[in-house]
Design a protein around this ligand. Sequence first.
Ligand code: CO
Length: 150
Amino acid sequence: MLKVLTHPNPTLRKKSREVADVFSGGIKKLIPEMIETMKNSDGAGLAAPQVGENIRLIVASHKDQTLVIFNPKIIKKSILKEWGEEGCLSVPNTFGEVKRCKKITIQFLNKKGLKEKLKAEGLLARVIQHEIDHLNGILFIDKAKKIKKL
Ligand code: CO
């Protein structure tokens, strides 16, 4: 299990760089560690900068699958947005309402290094948008309203 960095750690505020080689030894090891950390912490998603790696890699739980997403780009998004409650492993015990696109389509590299497209809506779309924000140094508390601390 990896240590999850918490706000205001400066690593969380850096823009992460693209991954050129999804097969590099470091990344091969990082993926299962990130998945384990996400699951053990009851997170719906985790971005590499949260565990101290400023690279564009996110993992997300979706139904019984775990998505491994490199270099995600939102190539289509709905005009329709919706508010929903979010929290973050890097901002413990804090929740707030964030407005996100209801549907998105992303293009990314999968763990085999192949280009893939994914349409997401509802919770998965929210999680992916939240995690992509992490890759750009943005935390949900930057956008949230009605922030509450437990
Ligand atoms: Co987060």
